[in-house]
Design a protein around this ligand. Structure first.
Ligand SMILES: Nc1ncnc2c1ncn2[C@@H]1O[C@H](COP(=O)(O)OP(=O)(O)OP(=O)(O)O)[C@@H](O)[C@H]1O
Ligand SMILES: [Mg+2]
Length: 153
């Protein structure tokens, strides 16, 4: 199933991220691919999700460390930013085995850089820059999309 949302500003992008909490309460883990060009809003969306989960303090993308783990209210999440991954094999050095997607949620910016070495996506979110705002396109099983309650405005 594909769902589309127009995000008029950064607050709308964060709010979409916050909606994903519904998904995290239905499944113990999974992989969310955050796609789109530089500045599309991937980190903003991840921040909205992490804030809604209860993470306090600054949330920046792990641009240099590539991985930032969180454990909050019994939910394990890793935020990956693979933009600076020189080759996909480098993923082996990140200790990802400690975060199996069966019991941990992965938020992956630039998943295409880890292509062939990442678990497949439970949900893919494509962000596209418009002249003003962004368009989000979500792809996943209908039950997953429904768990996010996307049709509630
Ligand atoms: N819907 C939106 N409308 C307008 N601006 C937005 C929207 N969503 C996010 N932004 C803004 O876009 C800028 C880039 O956002 P962000 O850093 O989240 O992008 P990114 O996709 O993570 O970039 P990168 O590829 O560098 O990791 C920020 O200033 C953010 O506030
Ligand atoms: Mg980012």
């Amino acid at each position: 199933m594909i769902a589309e949302r127009l995000l008029v500003d950064a607050a709308a992008t964060e709010a979409l991220g916050a909606r994903l909490v519904g998904l995290l309460s239905v499944h113990r883990g999974g992989v969310i691919h955050l796609c789109g060009p530089l500045g599309a809003g991937k980190t903003t969306l991840a921040r909205g999700l992490l804030r809604a989960l209860g993470v306090v303090g600054p949330i920046r993308s792990p641009t240099y460390t590539l991985i930032e783990p969180y454990e909050i209210n019994g939910v394990e999440v890793i935020h990956l930013d693979l933009y600076r991954l020189a080759e996909a094999e480098e993923l082996f050095g990140l200790g990802l085995d400690d975060y199996p997607p069966e019991r941990c949620w992965w938020l992956v910016e630039w998943p295409e850089r880890g292509s062939g070495y990442l678990p497949s996506a439970t949900l893919t979110i494509n962000l596209e820059r418009l002249s003003a705002g962004r368009r989000a396109r979500l792809e996943g099983q209908a039950t997953l999309i429904a768990a996010c309650d996307f049709d509630r405005e």
